[in-house]
Design a protein around this ligand. Structure first.
Ligand code: FUB
Ligand code: ZN
Length: 610
């Protein structure tokens, strides 16, 4: 198996441009906004384990994961900016965690105050999920600050889990209800080098779908399939099933195990599942999850736009899976998918000002249907139309924080001889004795200059984006599996043509029939009512339409103007067909920026004529 290492986010500084702007907002605004919301909603207070019946809050079973993801995100920011305020807030939280950790090493702010005797009895109650996020936070905090007390505490917690689940098997279930512990243990192993964490991670994976302790009755089996990916042993799984975030965290851990154990069966399963996702179950935005029932994948080609579930965390989790896959395969499609997620279905999850968030990221909104009940029995699920600062289940905001904070880690991988350039961002990086500088206005423009100082690498492999149909380079290259391989050089320049392109969906995605999505480079565009009036589905564009870019500094990429046709409004519900259409000017904005100007119609898939 080929193996590649990522260059850590700590060694990659994003210096300017599109992502620097987003990282600055993340560091200065999102970190505070999420902290304040979590503080006001008692999530930090709960760590102190002083809760008593009658108080004005109840520690939720997975609040620890919210706080842990916030600490992890804060750690990335501290490492890059030296933010002492964030560090103090982390220290306060860590004080409480360590103070309340039990002798054996257990910590969970819900179980420590609500019901000690229930510990590790209910599989779906997220204890291992919370533990995993705490472990990841501790690793990140140690890497950022060099302070090791949190890391040591979470090693003790991991040791305890090792004993309960692996040595004595005293827990009432065998594998996690919500995955996360599996990948966290690999991370802990990578950091501290203790084999037992890797053993435990693999053990959790090997037992999934393969044990008598977790429920397997017919009904439970169905439920488990839709929730927990244990309908089959993991190496036999070939399709993405069930709850999307859980699924992607599982597949991430499987890719981690494939790499560390050289395990081809694990890799084969990851490859097949990945193909199932990107060829049949992913939105054009990189969003995944087409049903709110079980927050789940459903079936091939079922990709409804208005009711898309497409949780921000799920998009992030898909990118985290792809990040692992690009460490075991030199195939550009993983970085292509990361890019699709980054610029679209992930970034739509946070407002332009960094303060509010979407949980679901639909591809179509019609505000009219929010005011009426379209079903006589149960109300149809429609995602909210405006981002909010906090959810009852507020997993997405701190996930945005940590994902943006560690963005630099997605840019490069390398083996002994080859440096892979996966993403294009203005940046400075270093690995071994080599430094790498990227200068680019991407994604507003397709020109990228890569400067390399140092002679560690014989070849530089630069991803040619999957959307790119024409490009020029400063020197010769060989194309292999989506990468242009150049002999090492001090400077390599590439220009990716970035015309507007219309995309259409497979015929099996019936709801997109006769429609196209407008894209430019990696960016998917949409129409909003605020620019284009009501009834966006009455608009049609020509497949030959010519688009003019319009400066839109607030987005970091241009808006796109074109002429379309619109059916004129008429009285009555029906009338004999009339070809009566008027020419109308249209304005497309990047999908990631929708819903930043109030609740309004939105549409990605627009009717198109030949
Ligand atoms: O269950 C914990 C988190 O809340 C999941 O990852 C999200 O999908 C949401 O259900
Ligand atoms: Zn979420």
């Amino acid at each position: 198996m080929k193996k590649y290492d990522s260059i850590s986010y700590k060694a990659v500084r994003i210096t300017d441009g599109f992502w620097k702007h987003r990282q600055d907002i993340n560091a200065e605004v999102t970190s505070r906004a999420v902290y304040n919301q979590f503080s006001n909603s008692h999530r930090f207070e709960a760590l102190d384990c002083n809760w008593k019946e009658g108080m004005n809050y109840r520690p939720h079973i997975f609040w620890d994961s919210d706080v842990a993801k916030w600490i992890e995100g804060a750690a990335y920011i501290i490492a890059q900016t030296g933010d002492t305020y964030l560090e103090q807030l982390c220290e306060n939280a860590i004080d409480m965690i360590i103070k309340n950790q039990t002798e054996e090493g257990y910590f969970n702010s819900h179980y420590l105050v609500m019901d000690q005797t229930e510990r590790f009895k209910i599989r779906d109650n997220h204890e291992l999920y919370c533990a995993g996020h705490l472990i990841e936070a501790a690793c990140a905090y140690y890497e950022a600050t060099g302070k090791d007390r949190f890391l040591k505490a979470m090693c003790r917690f991991a040791d305890y889990i090792y004993n309960v689940f692996y040595i004595y098997q005293t827990a009432s279930f065998a594998t996690s209800g919500h995955q996360e512990i599996e990948l966290a243990l690999v991370r802990l192993y990578d950091l501290v080098g203790d084999e037992k964490y890797l053993t435990l991670s693999r053990y959790f994976l090997d037992r999934r779908g393969n044990n008598t302790k977790d429920p397997v009755s017919k009904d439970a089996k169905d439920a488990s399939r839709y929730l927990r990916q244990d309908h089959l042993p993991v190496t036999m799984q070939r399709t993405a099933e069930g709850h999307c975030v859980r699924a992607m965290y599982l597949y991430s851990a499987m890719a981690d195990i494939a790499k560390r154990y050289d395990d081809e069966a694990y890799l084969e399963a990851c490859q097949a599942i990945y193909q199932n996702v990107v060829t049949k179950r992913m939105y054009i935005t990189g969003g995944i999850g087409s049903s709110n029932l079980g927050e789940a994948f459903t079936t091939d080609y079922f990709l409804p736009n208005e009711t898309a579930y497409t949780e921000t965390c799920a998009a992030i989790a898909l990118a985290l899976f792809c990040k692992r896959m690009q460490q075991v395969c030199a195939d550009s499609e993983f970085a292509d998918t990361i890019e699709r997620v980054l610029y679209n279905g992930f970034l739509s999850g946070v407002s332009l000002d960094g303060k509010s968030f979407f949980y679901s990221n639909p591809l179509e909104i019609d505000p009219y249907f929010y005011s009426v009940n379209t079903s006589s029995t149960t109300k149809r699920y429609l995602p909210i139309m405006q981002r909010v600062e906090l959810f009852g289940c507020s997993c997405c905001p701190p996930n945005v924080l940590r994902f943006l904070g560690s963005l630099g880690e997605l840019l490069y991988t390398h083996d002994e001889h080859t440096l892979f350039v996966h993403q294009f961002m203005n940046s400075e990086a270093s690995v071994r004795d080599t430094s790498i500088t990227q200068t680019t206005a991407y994604p507003a423009d397709g020109a990228v200059t890569i400067r390399i100082a140092g002679d560690d690498f014989k070849q530089i492999a630069v991803r040619i984006p999957g959307w790119c149909t024409g490009f020029t380079t400063s020197q010769p290259y060989q194309l292999e599996r989506g990468y242009a391989y150049f002999d090492a050089a001090a400077e390599i320049r590439l220009v990716f043509d970035m015309p507007v392109q219309l995309y259409e969906a497979n015929n099996a995605v019936q709801n997109n029939a006769g429609c196209a999505a407008v894209t430019r480079g990696p960016i998917v565009y949409c129409l909003e009512g605020v620019d284009n009036g009501a009834h966006l589905r009455s608009i049609r564009i020509s497949s030959q339409a010519s688009f003019t870019p319009e400066d839109a500094p607030e987005y970091g990429v241009p808006a796109l103007l074109c002429e379309g046709l619109r059916k004129k409004e008429h009285d009555g519900l029906y009338r004999p067909y009339s070809a009566d259409r008027e020419k109308v000017p249209l304005r497309f904005i990047p999908y990631f920026a929708f819903a930043n100007r109030g609740a309004t119609e939105m549409l990605v898939w627009v009717s198109v004529s030949e």
